[in-house]
Design a protein around this ligand. Structure first.
Ligand SMILES: [Zn+2]
Length: 147
């Protein structure tokens, strides 16, 4: 028996199934081997070879940048259009379209209105444009997720 466990994930079809935000923890438990001497997958956080930059998402109406507070139990977040985020960074001299999305959180220096901490993280919200929800609501799909 081969000593290697091979697992394939196709991001495009996962997104198509509405699993764009599938967490690595879910994947790990799915692929845990059921044998007694079984093994599982471990993930290591490494810097992406090709980091995602804001500029890659200009002009995509189905993408938003979410800035989320990581304060203790705090759930505060705000959602921005990519273009608004870039304009804000440029205005403050903190970045531009080439800014890595991973680095955005650290650039936010305003305290959270809920918990008063400065501890932000950034991610992307993405809505599948093939879904009925998007076809019916379009960019209003994000309103339910905005505060
Ligand atoms: Zn907070």
């Amino acid at each position: 028996m081969s000593d290697r466990l091979q697992a394939l994930a196709d991001p495009k079809s996962l997104c198509g199934d509405g699993l764009a935000l599938l967490s690595m923890g879910q994947v790990q438990s799915l692929w845990r081997c059921q044998r007694l001497d079984g093994r599982g997958l471990t993930f290591h956080k490494e810097k992406a070879l090709k980091p995602l930059t804001l500029g890659q998402f200009i002009g995509k109406p189905n993408v938003r940048v979410r800035i989320r507070c990581r304060g203790n139990g705090c759930k505060f977040f705000r959602v921005w259009r990519v273009e608004e985020m870039i304009a804000g960074l440029e205005k403050r001299g903190q970045g531009n379209g080439r800014t890595d999305i991973d680095e955005l959180g650290a650039k936010m220096t305003t305290a959270c209105p809920m918990c008063k901490r400065v501890n932000w993280t950034a991610d992307l919200l993405w809505v599948n444009t093939e879904t009925m929800g998007w076809k019916a609501l379009g960019e209003r799909s994000f309103e339910a997720r905005e505060t």
